[in-house]
Ligand binder design. Sequence first.
Ligand SMILES: NC(=O)c1ccc[n+]([C@@H]2O[C@H](COP(=O)([O-])OP(=O)(O)OC[C@H]3O[C@@H](n4cnc5c(N)ncnc54)[C@H](OP(=O)(O)O)[C@@H]3O)[C@@H](O)[C@H]2O)c1
Length: 277
Amino acid sequence: MNLEELTKTFDFTGRSIVITGGAGILGGEMACALVGCNASVAILDRNLVLAENLVKRFETNRGRHLVVCCDVLKKDTLEEAARRIVAEFGRVDCLVNCAGGNNPRATTGGDLSFFTLPEEALRFVLDLNLLGTILPSQVFGKYMAEQKKGVILNISSMNALRPLTRIPAYSAAKASVSNFTQWLAVHMAQEYSPSIRVNAVAPGFFLTEQNRFLLTDKQTGALTKRGQKIIEHTPVGRFGQPGDLLGAVLWLLSPMSEFVTGVVLPIDGGFSAYSGV
Ligand SMILES: NC(=O)c1ccc[n+]([C@@H]2O[C@H](COP(=O)([O-])OP(=O)(O)OC[C@H]3O[C@@H](n4cnc5c(N)ncnc54)[C@H](OP(=O)(O)O)[C@@H]3O)[C@@H](O)[C@H]2O)c1
């Protein structure tokens, strides 16, 4: 489905949606689609230059947007962001926890074995992906608990289902994001309201800044052996494009999925279904 078809299918008029890491490649694509569907979108990121460039892509006659500088690992900046968003948009209907990623120093290979991966790099990856999902869920989930309504969407990964080689912290962190998604779905429904839903998408392989060094050769741009293996193991035969996530993301944020909570949905061109034989 292209963007025009998606924006005709989904209408988020009057709904306020927060995207952490919203200036990044995947979060930015979601922000564009949601503004196109008339949502009020708050882009939370620490990279304001990227955020301002993203805003130039928005359709001017649709939706609303707000850029807020925020670090998902600093609760005071999240709380300040929440106050600004509520002052501007009146409420928070959805949270997309998109800030996350790996780090080359937490990746085995070259000068780094598993035994020498620096502790600070491991901690960085574990914190960014897991705590960086839990802390915004605490801050924005509280507003949803008070409203007795809301949707949280986390971003897990293929490596949560079965770990990928070389990236132990990232694999463990994303497995924790999937586990936390199920935990929070049950907790919100039982303790606050069955109208608060929590789900995740598990993207397969999308060529972005954080994995480009693993999947393509810096000099030539050709696929690395790892990149080639991934394509061979993906029945659809290609990497994902950011737009491939949109149908599932809009559906999970919309009332069309109101009986869906606690799921982790693979969007991977069939990677997780293929045994390799
Ligand atoms: N790309 C893939 O193939 C793939 C596959 C599965 C899952 N994912 C997940 O999808 C999500 C988005 O990934 P992406 O590929 O779009 O990566 P990206 O382009 O690097 O986007 C991540 C964004 O989050 C921001 N960010 C990082 N740390 C932050 C912090 N502490 N506080 C606030 N913002 C912060 C980054 O800003 P800076 O530029 O300042 O770092 C960046 O704008 C991540 O959770 C990633 O793990 C990606």
